[in-house]
Design a binder for this molecule. Structure first.
Ligand SMILES: Cc1cc2nc3c(=O)[nH]c(=O)nc-3n(C[C@H](O)[C@H](O)[C@H](O)COP(=O)(O)OP(=O)(O)OC[C@H]3O[C@@H](n4cnc5c(N)ncnc54)[C@H](O)[C@@H]3O)c2cc1C
Length: 303
């Protein structure tokens, strides 16, 4: 699938028919889906999107051009977020089958990891039955961004796996590479790098486990999801950067595992919301808390 299942959170909003027809086949590995929110001129500022949905009889007609839909090249359907035509700020979410008139999947850009799993989804007066509307009309952005909240948390285990692998590769390299007749591992400068890498990995893993345990318990760790995506993506990047350093020219050589992991991990500071957007969201949460604190103990006690 090229990442965590991108359907997961949509279960909460789907009808029984949608679950049968779209989501369960994804869970069984029989169908694949992609998530199409981003456009060339609407990334962090998703509300700038130009894709529109116009009501037409018992359905909608969608027109627009989505980019960077991960898994697009092999997806059977897309979860598309579109602006309701004629509105400023009303968006809806749809299941859109990717075979049929008025829709095509085009070759997308190749990101720096070199993995070619992104595609453009181009909709041109594409008819979507009303039964494919996810949730209520106008709820699309809430549904889309809610999916992103869970998805951004579920990227963290992927990042932790890459960071752990980088630490293991670095330990092996430091143990087997000799300088001045001794393993690199004997140098305190290298030991300290490894100590920091392992410590930061432990912190990132602990916070991820905490937030995912809350999700499992039915609590929606919204703010924590932003914090985890921010911290884990930044930490994994720092760990990979040090791993490249420890590997010397080997780490900079195309085709070496650590070089590939470095390029791959770099993308996570941008995808599913950039680090800056995560910080904005955490700061917004803190501002709301500041309001409560400033309102005095009575308001604080009311939660
Ligand atoms: C490998 C990959 C896979 C992706 N997969 C998908 C997918 O499956 N589906 C999908 O819909 N999208 C996907 N995306 C798109 C991704 O979500 C966007 O790239 C991301 O949201 C950032 O948008 P942008 O690239 O347009 O950057 P921009 O929005 O142009 O941002 C550029 C810079 O400005 C900063 N910035 C922008 N606004 C603010 C602000 N308000 N405050 C502070 N800083 C700001 C950003 O943090 C960033 O550093 C994918 C992207 C990549 C690279």
């Amino acid at each position: 699938m090229g990442g965590p299942l991108r359907a997961g959170d949509i279960f909460r909003h789907a009808t029984e028919r949608q679950i049968e027809e779209y989501l369960l086949p994804v869970a069984r590995g029989e169908r694949a889906c992609c998530f199409s929110l981003t456009e060339a001129d609407a990334g962090s500022d998703v509300r700038a999107m130009r894709t529109t949905a116009v009501r037409d009889g018992d359905g909608y007609r969608l027109t627009g051009h989505k980019v960077f839909s991960t898994a697009g090249p092999f997806a059977d359907f897309a979860i598309v977020i579109a602006r309701m035509d004629g509105t400023e700020n009303s968006y809806s979410a749809f299941f859109v089958d990717l075979d049929g008139p008025g829709r095509r999947v085009e070759e997308g850009a190749t990101p720096m990891s070199g993995e070619h799993i992104e595609a453009d989804v181009v909709l041109d007066d594409c008819f979507v039955p009303a039964a494919n509307l996810i949730g209520a009309e106008g709820d699309g952005m809430r549904i889309g961004l809610g999916r992103v909240t869970v998805n951004r948390l579920l990227h963290c285990p992927t990042l932790l796996g890459m960071a752990r692998r980088a630490i293991e590769l670095s330990l092996v390299r430091a143990r087997t590479r000799t300088v001045h007749g001794e393993p690199l591992l004997k140098l305190q400068a290298i030991q300290h790098k490894l100590a920091d890498m392992a410590t930061e990995y432990y912190a990132a893993r602990s916070m991820t486990y905490g937030a995912i345990a809350a999700l499992d318990a039915g609590v929606r760790p919204r703010l924590e999801a932003f914090m985890c995506k921010l911290y884990v993506a930044e930490t994994a990047f720092r760990i990979l950067d040090e791993a490249v350093q420890i590997h010397g020219k080997e780490g900079l050589t195309q085709g070496s595992e650590v070089e590939y992991l470095f390029r791959k991990v770099r993308m996570f500071r941008v995808l599913t919301g950039t680090s800056e957007i995560q910080r904005n969201a955490v700061a917004k949460g803190l501002s709301m808390y500041a309001e409560v604190l400033a309102a005095g103990p009575d308001a604080t006690n009311r939660g």
